[in-house]
Structures are given as C-alpha cells and as structure tokens.
Design a protein around this ligand. Structure first.
Ligand code: NDP
Length: 256
C-alpha cells in the first residue's frame, strides 16, 4: 500500500460488516485519507456505536446519515460532504450498503424485488449521480493522467452471485432478488465505466469473497479483516484496463 493515498473516501453502510471494516482499515493506513465519510442509516443509533467510538479518536472521520434507498437523503449527504471538502473533490466512492433476503423463485414477490433493487442497484446509481460533481472535481485536480483510485473512482461492492455465467455452480442458494439486483449493479458498473471514463473516473465492481458478517454468516470463508485487506490492496492496482470489470478481493476477474 506504499505510495497510495485515497485523499477522501466515502463508504456507504459503514456501521457494520464490510463497510465498518473499510473504515477501520482506511483509518489505520500509514497514509490515511484526509477525510473518511462513513455513512449509515442511523449514526446516532445503537448500531453505529463502533463508528462513534472511532470518530471520537479520528478527527478525519465524519459520520453522515444516509439511507441509500432514500433519494433525498442521498442529495442531502452530497451537500454535507461538499461542505466538509471545502472546494476539494471526493476521490473514492465505495457503494457498499446492500441487502440480502433468502427468497426463491417460488417465494419472492414484487415488494421484495423492488426493495432489493432500490438498495443494491438504484442506490449506487443515485449515489454516483449525486457525487459526480465531487468525483469530477477530484479527477480534475489530480496530477495522475491515467484512471486510478488515487484520482477518482466509484467502487461498487457486488458479488459472484450476480455473475450470470457463474450462476449454475451456486444456484443451490437461489436468492433471486439479491442475484438480479447485483446483476443489475454489474451492468450499471459497465455503463458507468463507459460514461464516466471521459471525466477521469474509474468504475469497478468488486466481490469481497464470502465474508463472516451478518449477511455472510459465521460459516463464511473469510474474516472481514482478510477481505477488506484484500480489497484495499486491489484498489491501487486498478487502471483503465479494469474499468467496467467485476473483480474479486484478490484482483481476479469474474465473468459477467
Ligand atoms: P451486512 O448485512 O453485514 O451489512 C450491510 C450494511 O449495509 C449495514 O451497514 C447496513 O446498515 C447497510 N445497509 C443496508 N441497507 C441500507 C440502506 N438502505 N441504506 C444504507 N445502508 C444500508 O453485509 P456485509 O457487510 O456482508 O455486505 C456489504 C456488501 O458486501 C453488500 O453490498 C453485500 O452484498 C456485499 N457482499 C457480501 C458478501 C458476504 O459474504 N458478506 C459476499 C458478497 C458480497 P443497517 O445496520 O442500517 O442495516
């Protein structure tokens, strides 16, 4: 991680699981970001206690209330972040918040499909729209000529379960709303990469592995620390050739 500096980073769903792991590891970097914006639905609530404890020790950590399924909260969060950045741009937007419901083709209904899309696909879309001016600003102000996470990047935390090609091997877990919404997120990532590269913004979807969190359960393969360490070591190697791809926590490409 030597030489890497994410000057300013925003993480959604930062109060637990992988999101909280990102915040912890970013703050512990030898060269930590000037600003870490940790967003969550209820920064004053019980579930954000660990974030508040971190904020009391790290003046560069800012907690922002943000439900990614609520468009007006997204716009509001962008205004708060813009105010803190005080004329600077946002380098890294990590769309991490996500929901997972164990439904099959037989049990899923329209409400569940819409709920999953709103959080897992529409949320990241609206986040990128709202934070685009700040990401563009970071890209413009950067000396880097090439796309990079040092310059400006959107990282969509996706999943292997959203890969259409790899579905048969994991279909013993149908999780229809989750798979469809994450496949939509993968498509969104490709479209964002094609659109935003002109503005100097790299866009990548990352699969964190199967991780021991509330979502992944304790049966999962990886600890949050191993996954996040892996993801954070992938970020510095990302360039033009990765933009619009789905990669895993070790940097290996996953087919759509
Ligand atoms: P957790 O269930 O442990 O945490 C989910 C986080 O997302 C929580 O902070 C939760 O906040 C937040 N969240 C959910 N809905 C919203 C919303 N509408 N607005 C804002 N925040 C919200 O999940 P993980 O940490 O395991 O997952 C993080 C990401 O990694 C997800 O996108 C997931 O799909 C992906 N992933 C995880 C894998 C795993 O094995 N764990 C495997 C592959 C991908 P709150 O506390 O308010 O509910």
């Amino acid at each position: 991680m030597a030489g890497v500096c994410f000057h300013s980073t925003l993480v959604t769903g930062a109060n637990r699981g992988i999101g909280l792991g990102f915040v912890r590891h970013l703050l512990a970097l030898p060269n930590p970001p000037e600003w870490v914006f940790a967003t969550c639905r209820d920064p004053k609530g019980q579930r954000a206690q660990e974030l508040r404890d971190l904020a009391s020790k790290h003046p560069n950590l800012v907690l922002v209330k943000l439900d990614v399924a609520n468009p007006s909260e997204i716009v509001n969060a962008a205004k708060i972040v813009e105010g803190k950045l005080n004329g600077a741009g946002l380098n890294l937007l990590i769309n991490n918040a996500g929901i997972f419901t164990p439904v099959s083709l037989e049990t899923v209904d329209s409400e569940e499909m819409i709920r999953a899309y709103k959080t897992n696909a529409v949320g990241p879309l609206l986040m990128a729209q709202a934070f685009l001016p700040l990401l563009k600003k970071a890209a413009q102000d950067s000396k880097d000529k090439r796309l990079s996470c040092n310059k400006a990047a959107i990282i969509n935390i996706s999943t292997l379960l959203g890969s259409i090609e790899r579905t048969p091997e994991s279909y013993f877990k149908p999780v229809i709303s989750y798979r469809c919404s994450k496949a939509a997120l993968n498509m969104l990532t490709r479209c964002q990469a094609l659109t935003y590269s002109e503005a100097g913004i790299l866009c990548v979807a990352l699969h964190p592995g199967w991780v021991k969190t509330d979502m992944g359960t304790q049966e999962a393969d990886l600890t949050v620390d191993t996954s996040v360490r892996g993801l954070l070591s992938v970020l510095p190697i990302l360039s033009e050739k990765h933009s619009g791809m789905l990669l895993n926590w070790e940097g290996k490409a996953i087919p759509w």
